[in-house]
Design a protein. Structure first.
Length: 122
C-alpha cells in the first residue's frame, strides 16, 4: 500500500468513526498534532477542532458514511482523491467532493484542502 493510500484510508477511518473515543483515536492517528482541515464550511486546526467538524457532519447526516470515489493520486507527500457521502440505507450520495492532503514524513496528514462538488439543494 502506498503512503498516499494508507493516509487516505486512515482519513476515512476518522470520518467514519462511530463514537467519540474511536473518533479521537482515529483523528490522532490520521492527522499530525497541528494538522489542519479547510473546506467551504470549516477552517480548523488540531485534533479537537477536526473531530468537532467530523461530529458535526455525523449530526447533519445520520446514517451516512464517507466513501472513496475513484483512485488516490499522489506525489511528493501530496495526495488527491474524490469522495462521496453515502446513505447506508439506500445508497444515495447527496454530497460529494474532492480533497487534497499534504503528509508529513510519517505519512500523517498535515493539511486537508476540501472542495464540495455536489451538495443537496436547499
Amino acid at each position: 500500500m502506498s503512503i498516499y493510500v494508507a493516509a487516505v484510508t486512515r482519513y476515512f477511518e476518522a470520518w467514519n468513526a462511530a463514537d467519540a473515543g474511536a473518533l479521537a483515536k482515529a483523528v490522532s492517528v490520521a492527522w499530525s498534532e497541528d494538522g489542519t482541515y479547510t473546506d467551504p464550511l470549516a477552517d480548523v486546526r488540531g485534533h479537537e477542532e477536526i473531530a468537532a467538524v467530523i461530529r458535526g457532519a455525523h449530526e447533519q447526516f445520520p446514517g451516512f458514511e464517507f466513501r472513496l470515489a475513484g483512485d488516490v493520486d499522489g506525489n511528493h507527500h501530496i495526495a488527491r482523491f474524490g469522495w462521496e457521502l453515502v446513505s447506508t440505507a439506500d445508497g444515495s450520495a447527496p454530497v460529494a467532493g474532492s480533497d487534497v492532503v499534504t503528509l508529513d514524513e510519517d505519512g500523517r496528514i498535515t493539511s486537508v484542502l476540501g472542495f464540495l462538488d455536489r451538495i443537496p439543494q436547499a
